[in-house]
Design a binder for this molecule. Structure first.
Ligand code: SF4
Ligand code: SF4
Length: 335
């Protein structure tokens, strides 16, 4: 069985179990941030501006296991910061794989090649390499020359060793349909990565570059143009068909931020990993029960106004898929 199919079946079974149990709010993906420190300083990043005492903090292996077990999400995306800086990151990944969670380890790939020996290929483990564009555009996005080449080299080596390798690409105001097509064609057809995740850059308040975030109108325009002519079906995109419809502006959704909760060195972040609004919750239960979820989403909260990010809208798309036989068939046959 292919890994995407294995994951789709596991997630579908999990969703059915939640429905049968009558659970109203449940996580699809846990966004786990075991540290905020990074070895890059990207212009669009809103994570590395924490004070030094926070940047020095690390989640322990046990804290990561406890967070995953408490919330029960079938998929865990380990992000940061740069997770490979954490000296026990391989132990964290192994512990979650052992518990049959689908683990995506996000990295800017600077340390990836030399840390590959610490990890084992598994159907439950995938790298998620940050690649925002082809060489010039990616290096501009991460504000350092040579990072694109490092990422490509690490991807090739990881694939050679039998790892599942996916990518995540964030697009900003400097991008257009042509640059999006160029990088996705390269990743899909030349590097042959397993799956690709895409995102319009979120307008972090603390990001150094405040001029180049895409608004909703521009996001819809560039994705509609980039996806035209059969490209969307050709690429192995790690999203539900309805979320891609949403990016193109063919459908609109409310935000379901509780579907992708975020746990970091500061606790459970409200309402989502992109935005912090109020005190962190001490437990997943407190996050779910004591957050006023109706306050969030476009049109409800000023910080949400330009957001079309997967952490709020992919869960809505997945839940809408579960409510429609037609959409379930479409999702089952998507790459
Ligand atoms: S690699 Fe990621 S965490 Fe590091 S600065 Fe860039 S966007 Fe932020
Ligand atoms: S719209 Fe949803 S996902 Fe986006 S910032 Fe607001 S709460 Fe977070």
């Amino acid at each position: 069985m292919s890994i995407p199919l294995r994951q789709k079946i596991a997630v579908a079974a999990y969703l059915v179990r939640q429905r049968l149990r009558g659970v109203e709010k449940f996580p699809l993906v846990l966004q786990l941030e075991p540290l905020y420190q990074c070895n890059l300083a990207c212009a669009g990043c809103g994570k590395i501006q924490h004070p030094d005492d926070v940047l020095k903090q690390r989640l322990t292996v046990q804290q990561c296991i406890d967070a995953v077990e408490e919330c029960g999400a079938p998929i865990v995306s380990i992000a940061g910061g740069e997770p490979l800086i954490h000296s026990q990151i391989h132990e964290i990944a192994a512990a979650l794989v052992e518990r049959k969670r689908f683990v995506y380890l996000c990295t800017n790939a600077i340390m990836m090649r030399r840390k590959l020996d610490l990890f084992r290929p598994s159907p439950y483990f995938a790298w998620s390499v940050h690649v925002d564009g082809l060489r010039e555009r990616h290096d501009e996005s991460v504000c350092r020359t040579g990072i694109f080449d490092k990422a490509v080299e690490a991807i090739r080596e990881a694939k050679r060793r039998g790892f599942r390798v996916t990518t995540n690409s964030t697009f900003f105001g400097q991008d257009d349909a042509r640059s999006i097509r160029a990088v996705l064609d390269f990743l899909n057809d030349e590097l042959k990565v397993d799956m690709m995740q895409i995102a319009p850059g979120f307008a972090y308040e603390r990001a150094p570059d405040q001029e180049h975030f895409l608004g909703v109108k521009r996001t819809r325009e560039i994705f509609r143009e980039a996806f035209a002519g059969g490209k969307r079906k050709h690429w192995r995109l790690n999203h539900s068909p309805l979320y891609l419809d949403f990016l193109e502006g063919k459908v609109d959704f409310a935000c379901t931020a509780w579907g992708i909760p975020s746990y970091s060195v500061l606790g459970w972040q409200r309402p989502c990993y992109l935005m912090s609004d109020g005190a962190y919750a001490k437990s997943y239960r407190e996050l779910i029960e004591e957050t006023d979820w109706d306050r969030y989403g476009r049109g409800r909260h000023p910080k949400c106004d330009n957001c079309m990010a997967h952490c709020g809208y992919e869960p809505t798309a997945v839940l809408a898929t579960m409510n429609s036989v037609k959409e379930m068939v479409r999702a089952a046959f998507a790459k």
